[in-house]
Ligand binder design. Structure first.
Ligand code: CDT
Length: 341
């Protein structure tokens, strides 16, 4: 067996009035609870440190305050005073962390480009070993103008990710050291676990999962902020009861995560920011999914909550070597149109 005790660290609502210090305290408290249960990997939501600000039309300092600065001349995001305490604490507890944040990337000419990003901090390596920038940005550039429209302005505030879908190894996350050349020579689970990262809307796109699947991914980490209703093209809530709307959103969330975990023979750790942020409802549905597609453990609240499971990465081996042995069964000669249009 290759065992990993993992925690989906669900966060309840973060309101406009909540400070970064307040949120950091909540996250550190979840890490402490995780450590008591022997957790070695803690996965936090998308844009974990603040309210889901793309629901508001913002500019200037009102917008800038949500970003963490990544300036190659001054060190990476792990040096951000807003984030460093989380990683320092994780290191003291020997816990790896996936966390989503709003990245302001400073360019060599001093200008900046903004991304909706996540990083994977390795406690053993004491550094960030994986970085991802959200590729599939939902919403619109221009705010919806109809009275009462809901806004989703990710396309306005972020640029689509430019890093692709880079899987990576998490050093020492299970016993058994990484052998030299493991990543190059093996796409099945040997040595350190192979990790993939997605952010929210990405989980609905099978191409994203498959690019990671082709790299032998064993654990997908995905944080999200998903509204508990769907909207029409004018930005109005689809006409159905709130209960029916939320049920449908939850169905699509679960289909996406369970289906893609099954079809890529990987575990997935899917983590919500949930509850009503200043009256704006987000779904829950935080869950850890098995490579055979079933839910191992799921959240029961819409508050800060740990969902902990010990997973055995060896469970990926059979589906990866039988029904989803990609090298044996895929028929790539018929897949061209997927990238041509
Ligand atoms: N944050 C984010 O990506 N939310 C989107 C809502 C888009 S509307 C279905 C999501 O896919 O959950």
């Amino acid at each position: 067996p290759r065992l990993v005790t993992a925690a989906a660290c669900q966060l309840g609502p973060i309101h406009l009035a909540d400070t970064r210090e307040d949120v950091l305290k909540r996250m550190i408290s979840l890490l402490d609870q995780a450590a008591e249960q022997g957790v070695k990997l803690a996965v936090f939501p998308e844009l974990a440190f603040t309210t889901f600000f793309p629901r508001y039309l913002l500019e200037g300092q009102d917008l800038d305050q949500y970003f963490d600065i990544e300036d190659p001349r001054k060190g990476g995001i792990e040096q951000s005073p807003n984030i460093k305490p989380l990683f320092d604490h994780a290191r003291s507890l020997d816990i790896d962390v996936y966390v989503g944040y709003a990245e302001r990337s400073i360019q060599s000419d001093g200008s900046h480009v903004d991304y909706n990003s996540s990083v994977y901090y390795s406690a053993k390596a004491n550094k960030i070993v994986g970085k991802y920038r959200k590729v599939h940005l939902p919403g619109s550039v221009e705010p919806k103008t109809a009275a009462g429209a809901f806004q989703q302005l990710e396309k306005r505030y972020f640029r689509p990710g430019d890093l692709g879908f880079p899987a990576f190894r998490a050093p020492g996350l299970v016993d058994g050291a990484l052998k030299k050349g493991d990543m190059e020579n093996s796409t099945t689970g040997k040595g350190d676990p192979i990790i993939g990262m997605l952010i929210c809307n990405d989980r609905r796109w099978p191409e994203a999962w498959r690019v990671y699947g082709l790299q032998g991914m064993e654990i997908m980490c995905c944080g999200y902020n998903t509204t508990a209703f769907q909207t029409t093209s004018s930005g109005h809530a689809v006409d159905m009861s709130p209960e029916a709307a939320e049920e449908l959103v939850m169905l699509h969330h679960k289909l996406s995560c369970q289906g893609n975990s099954y079809m890529n023979a990987c575990f997935s750790i899917n983590v919500a920011k949930t509850g009503a942020e200043d009256g704006n409802p987000l779904v829950g549905g935080t869950m850890i999914v098995h490579p055979l597609g079933h839910i191992i453990k799921e959240a029961v609240t819409k508050e800060d909550e740990l969902v902990v499971a010990t997973i055995d990465l060896a469970d990926c081996d059979r589906p990866k070597s039988t029904v989803f042995a990609f090298e044996k069964h895929r028929r790539t000669e018929h897949y061209h149109s997927i990238v041509e249009r």
